[in-house]
Every structure is written in structure tokens, then in C-alpha cells.
Ligand binder design. Structure first.
Ligand SMILES: *[C@@H]1O[C@H](CO)[C@@H](O)[C@H](O)[C@H]1NC(C)=O
Ligand SMILES: [Zn+2]
Length: 687
């Protein structure tokens, strides 16, 4: 049963049904007429309040013509995709100006095709077509990107984003120990990232943190404001209230914002336990005068990462049982004479052991598995689909090391996904939602990372099966995944807020979210002349972020579903689905429908009905042993969580800006304090 019938979009809007007035928008009418309709529609939608909104939809209800269009689109878009992907591959595996130009040319041809196809797609009254697959394809095409903008505006947007990326990529800062001879030429990758990861000096990390923000934010701020305006304009032309609503619509659920907020608040207590434990360890490392207050947020530069989004680099400061370090698989790999080729074969065997597909011939001929010496390449690992149902490749400058072995499994999961949905029409050859590809690839790693799996593939002689090793393992996973939750959550909370409420006090809003959800504060005072969100590439390069949050949660749901299918007994974090044909079948079922079904339905089938949306419980279950351990560790902590004092929030809020801020903040702080007091009495003394 197709769930995309027209009624769905309007049911909460007091019975008004714009889809019954198709004469208003038609591809045959002049554009001005259409704009007027859209403005009216936008006004109407904004009154409706909820998710409901209009679609751009024309008068042509002829199914034959729609199918004809889709067939043509499928051919043209696939071959365009092949052409663009080949140009991109050529460039990233051989970085020259000439190759860049070829890639840019191909991309602009593709943009043209996208625009023309969108204009054709919206001429159909697709929501009333009797063929559900045609309906879904046209719906997905009509929702696409920024193509609704007039060409000059679209070019302006592209130009602004390109400028922002350029500023970001060219930003350089001075070293910490600034002698006369030293040059100010440190970039984010690799130098500053290394300082954040490896330095244990409060001042040096502060220097890297602040100079990176000084070198990016202020130059990006005005361009970003421009970008917000045009992105919103594109969204309105496409029938949305703002660009945030357009981004959320891709997920096809009415209440994405509520779903993610709910899931985050379910997971937040686990995060606060981790936060309290890490804060207490940092307190013992960073001696006075660098006070870390036991009831306050943590200074944002101390967590091993430029945005405090991943804490695994400070594992050495917080490892619970240093005597029980994870066995070093890398040295065993070297001892056994592993090669990149062998690592890829091991990954392939992981999938074939579950009845999934071997890599095709082209994959072995054309993948780039080692860093070439005769040219510049972009080494970030990636998996490629050339859209011709033949050609699939991995690009990875593989080193013989455990992390790289995990990466080959991750990238090969993407290839498995490509192979499984290769028979579908072009529009459906994609993840079930923007988070699915990553969620599957990371779910596979939850199996591959286990000591049990390393043992089964002959890289660990004996598994030390004791409590302390287990806790070390889970804490390391938590620094990677639990620590990331609030950051992955707030990036788009902030961006959606800017799209819907405007660009005033953007930096304050950013820090309110960071201190409230993430429990970090800036180590030095910030103002609206700063633009700290601009220190993050995804924000200035127009890349949606909520997918990372969704993928974090979803990977545990999928892991659990696969482990259930595999008949795993025992705690979730010890499950390895290797060699399970049953798990392989569940995986194949998820992958082979691509984006042709709603992801909620795919999830329902995969979990045998236990979930139809995001669900925090599998992640909580995975970390349960750690969460119990953390509570015991934290029993003497003054507070689980944090209160942002006035002194803290004065770092990023100017009171003079108007009374309302102060009131809001007081209320927030009070609510938080009451809440935390409750936590304290619940957990503080219970063990
Ligand atoms: C890299 O690309 C250039 C064209 O810009 C070409 O002349 C050269 O042969 C390529 N190098 C390799 C190793 O393929
Ligand atoms: Zn990936």
C-alpha cells in the first residue's frame, strides 16, 4: 500500500485540500503565476503550523506520459551520473587543474539536467497517479535540492558556498610557540587536529582552538547570512516554509524534529554520566590555575577534538583499567604479512560468509587501494558507485593497521548496498534515508570491532573475557559514539533555528545549545563578531548534519536486529554476525529495496515489528554494562550534569542585548538545576 497519497499531507489542515485545485499550478502557466501560487501556498502552510505543506504539482495526470518521462529521466540521469562520477574519480585520484576543470564542467552539466528534470517532474499531478512507484519517484524528484531557484540565484548560491569553502580550506594559523622564525602556516588538517588530539597543555589547546575560530568565523559570517537568505528563498519556491523544513522533508516523516529530540533526551542521562566521569578525570589532570568546576560545563578545548565532538583521543587520560589495554591487532597483522589486497579480501569474506555478494571484476581492476607515488590524491577513504550497474570501486590509501581494516569493512558495506539496489530505477538507488548508508556501514563495524571477531579471523590468539577488559572496550566505544550524540544533535538544531528565526545572535544561540546539551563552554569570551559555527566544515559547505545523529542511533537498532536474526545470546556489545546466513538475509532485505520504500517500513520489517522509527533502546542496551559502571564511578561526584552559571554564560551572552535573554536564561538554568538536583539525589547516593 503506497503511503504517499495526497490526503496524508493535508489531514491536519482543517480539511482544506489544495491538491484538488490542480488548475492553479501547471507547467504550462507562466512562472510568475506559479510564484504567486507558491507564496499563497506558503502563507497557508505557515498558518497550518505543523509539518503539513503543499507540494509543487502540475495538472498532467496522464500515467503513460509520466512513465515515459521517468524512463527517459532514468537513462539520462544514470549516464550523467556515470560521467560526473568518472570525472570526480579522475580528479580525486590525480589532483591537477586540468582534472578539476573537467570535473567542474561535468557538475555544471548535471546541474542543468537536474533543473530541467525538476521542471518536467512538477508538471505531473503525481500525487494522484495510480502507480505507487511512479508516484514515489516523482515525489522524490519534486523535493530535490535547490533547483527551484532561478538560474542567477542558484549560481549566486553556488558561488557563496564555494567562497566559504575556499576561505575555510585556506585558513592558516600561527604555531603556539611563536618565535620570529616560525611561519603562520598551520592548517586544520593535519596540524591543528593533531594539536587538539595529542597536546595535553591547556594553553596550547586553547591557542589552537581560538586561532582556528579567529581564522574562519569572522570572514565567513556575512557570507553565511547571505547563504541563509538564498537557501530559504529556494525552499519557499519549493513549497516549504524555510530551508530547515526542506531538509527535514527528505525523511518523509511528519515529526522528525520531535523524534530526534525525544531520542536525544532518552540518551542524555547516559551522556551526562560519561561527561561527569570524564570531567572528574580532567580535573585531576589539569592542575590549578586551570580549574575545572565539578558542577560546570567543561572548557571546550580539552576533549581531544576541535569541536569536542569525539573524545577518543583522550582515552589515555580516562582509560578505566590501564593494565588491561586492548590487544594490539596491528602488530599481529604485520607479523602475518598482511597487505591492503589481503585486507580487502578479508572484508569480502566477511560478507560472503553471510551469503552476500562477492566484489565484481571491475572492483578489483579499478579500485585504488594504496597511495600512488606518481601523483597527488585525496586520501580520504570512500566507496564509489558509477551508476552503470557494473563499475564499483573503493578508494583508500590503505595502511596495514587495525583502523584501516575496520575502514575497508565500512567502505565495503557501502559497495554491498550499491550492489543490492543496482536493479532499481536511478532515483531509488540510494539509502532508505540520508542516514542509512552510514548506519549500515557502522552497524557492520559493531560486529567487526569485537575481540570475538578478531579472534575468529585469526588476529587475536585468546580473548581475555573479563569484566575490566569489557569496560575498557565499552568506554572506548562511548568516547566515540556517546560523546558524539549531543554535537550531532545540535548542529542542525542550530541551523534550523537560524533558517526559521533569522541570523540575529547566531553565535549566542550556538553556545546556548552547546552548553545546554553538550555541557561545554568556550574557554575564552565570545561575541557576535565571532562566528563559531563557521569553524565546522559541514555548516559552511551546505551539508545537512542530522543524518549523523540519526545514523548513530540507527546503527544500534540495525546491529540489534542483525544479532537477533543471528541468534546471538548474551550482551549486545559482544555480538558478531560473521557467518550468519540469517543476519545476511536481513541485511540483504534492507539493502535491496534501496530508497524505494519508506525507511520506517524497512525498519519495521528488519526489526520484526519492534520499531518503526528511531529508537534509543538498542544503544542504551549496548552500553548498559558501562552505564552501571559509570554510576558507581560517579557516586562521589557533586553533580551528574552541569549548571551553566551566569559567569559561564557571560562568556557568550551579552546581557545588555535585552532583558528577555536574561529571563530565558534564568528560567533555563533554574529548570536545569532542579532537574540536576533530582539526578543528584537519584544517582548521587544510590550506590
Ligand atoms: C594525471 O592527469 C593529467 C591530466 O591533468 C595527465 O596528463 C596525467 O597523465 C595523469 N597522471 C596519471 C598518473 O594518470
Ligand atoms: Zn561511510
Amino acid at each position: 500500500m503506497g503511503s504517499l497519497g495526497p490526503a496524508r499531507w493535508w489531514e491536519d489542515c482543517h480539511g482544506l485540500d489544495l491538491s484538488s485545485t490542480p488548475d492553479i499550478v501547471s507547467g504550462r502557466q507562466p512562472r510568475a503565476e506559479m510564484r504567486r501560487f507558491l507564496v499563497i501556498a506558503a502563507l497557508f502552510v505557515s498558518r497550518c503550523g505543523a509539518y503539513d505543506r503543499t507540494f509543487i504539482e502540475g495538472a498532467n495526470g496522464n500515467l503513460g506520459e509520466a512513465l515515459q518521462f521517468l524512463r527517459e529521466y532514468d537513462n539520462e540521469a544514470s549516464s550523467m551520473c556515470t560521467r560526473v562520477t568518472e570525472a570526480q574519480w579522475l580528479y580525486v585520484t590525480n589532483i591537477t587543474d586540468q582534472n578539476k576543470k573537467r570535473m567542474v564542467d561535468a557538475l555544471s552539466l548535471q546541474a542543468k539536467l537536474d533543473r530541467v528534470s525538476w521542471q518536467k517532474a512538477i508538471q505531473f499531478s503525481w500525487s494522484s497517479l495510480p502507480d505507487p512507484m511512479a508516484r514515489r519517484q516523482l515525489n522524490m524528484l519534486a523535493l530535490k535540492g535547490r533547483v527551484a531557484l532561478p538560474q542567477d540565484k542558484q549560481e549566486e548560491l553556488t558561488k557563496i558556498v564555494a567562497e566559504m569553502k575556499e576561505i575555510f580550506n585556506r585558513a592558516r594559523v600561527c604555531p603556539f610557540s611563536n618565535s620570529a622564525s616560525s611561519q603562520c602556516d598551520l592548517s586544520l588538517e593535519p596540524e591543528l587536529t593533531r594539536v587538539m588530539a595529542n597536546s595535553r597543555s591547556y594553553e596550547e589547546q586553547l591557542h589552537a582552538w581560538k586561532s582556528w575560530r579567529d581564522a574562519t568565523g569572522p570572514k565567513l559570517r556575512s557570507r553565511f547570512i547571505n547563504y541563509v537568505e538564498i537557501a530559504n528563498e529556494a525552499a519557499r519556491l519549493n513549497g516549504f516554509r524555510d530551508a530547515g523544513e526542506q531538509e527535514r522533508a527528505v525523511y518523509g516523516v511528519d515529526d522528525l524534529m520531535n523524534q530526534v529530540s525525544e531520542v536525544w533526551s532518552t540518551l542524555a542521562p547516559l551522556y551526562r554520566q560519561l561527561h561527569a566521569y570524564v570531567r572528574s578525570r580532567l580535573r585531576s589532570h589539569y592542575a590549578p590555575p586551570h580549574r575545572i568546576n565539578p558542577t560546570a560545563p567543561i572548557p571546550a578545548q580539552l576533549l581531544g577534538n576541535m569541536w569536542a565532538q569525539n573524545w577518543k583521543n583522550i582515552l589515555d587520560l580516562v582509560l578505566p583499567y590501564p593494565g588491561k589495554r586492548r590487544a594490539d591487532v596491528t602488530s599481529e597483522m604485520l607479523r602475518q604479512g598482511y597487505t591492503p589486497q589481503r585486507m580487502i579480501q578479508i572484508s569480502e569474506e566477511f560478507f560472503t560468509s553471510m551469503g552476500l555478494k562477492p566484489m565484481p571484476v571491475e572492483f578489483w581492476h579499478k579500485s585504488l587501494l594504496e597511495r600512488p607515488t606518481n601523483r597527488h590524491v585525496a586520501c580520504k577513504a570512500s566507496a564509489w558507485d558509477f551508476c552503470n550497474r557494473r563499475d564499483y570501486r573503493i578508494k583508500q590509501c590503505t595502511e596495514v593497521a587495525m583502523d584501516d581494516l575496520l575502514t575497508t569493512h565500512h567502505e565495503m558495506t557501502h559497495i554491498q548496498y550499491y550492489l543490492h539496489y543496482s536493479d532499481l530505477p536511478y532515483v531509488f538507488r540510494d539509502g532508505a534515508n540520508p542516514a542509512f548508508h552510514e548506519a549500515l556501514a557502522d552497524a557492520i563495524l559493531l560486529s567487526v570491532t569485537t575481540p570475538k571477531h578478531m579472534h575468529r579471523i585469526g588476529l587475536l590468539n585468546n580473548i581475555t573475557d573479563d569484566y575490566e577488559t569489557d569496560i575498557n572496550f565499552l568506554l572506548e566505544m562511548a568516547l566515540d559514539k556517546v560523546a558524539y550524540l549531543p554535537f550531532a544533535f545540535i548542529v542542525d538544531q542550530w541551523r534550523w533555528q537560524v533558517f526559521s528565526e533569522g541570523t540575529r545572535n547566531m553565535n549566542t544561540a550556538w553556545w546556548e545549545l552547546r552548553s545546554y546539551h553538550q555541557g561545554v563552554i568556550p574557554p575564552v569570551s565570545r561575541s557576535e563578531d565571532d562566528f563559531d559555527p563557521g569553524s565546522k566544515y559541514h555548516i559552511i559547505s551546505d551539508q545537512p548534519y542530522i543524518r549523523y545523529f540519526i545514523s548513530l542511533v540507527l546503527q544500534f537498532q540495525i546491529h540489534q536486529a542483525l544479532c537477533t536474526a543471528a541468534g546471538h545470546i548474551g550482551t549486545l556489545h559482544t555480538c558478531d554476525i560473521y557467518r550468519s546466513r540469517e543476519a545476511g538475509r536481513v541485511l540483504a532485505d534492507i539493502m535491496s529495496v534501496g530508497a524505494s520504500r519508506p525507511w520506517t517500513e524497512i525498519l519495521r520489517v528488519a526489526t520484526k515489528g519492534s520499531a518503526t522509527g528511531l529508537d534509543a533502546r538498542p544503544m542504551l542496551e549496548y552500553f548498559k554494562p558501562l552505564s552501571l559502571w559509570l554510576r558507581v564511578q560517579n557516586r562521589d561526584e557533586k553533580m551528574i550534569g552541569w549548571v551553566t552559571s551566569e559567569q559561564d554564560s557571560a562568556l557568550y551572552e551579552q546581557w545588555s542585548r535585552g532583558g528577555s535573554f536574561r529571563v530565558d536564561n534564568c528560567i533555563t538554568t533554574t529548570i536545569l538545576a532542579v532537574f540536576l538536583a533530582t539526578c543528584y539525589s537519584r544517582y548521587g547516593f544510590s550506590h
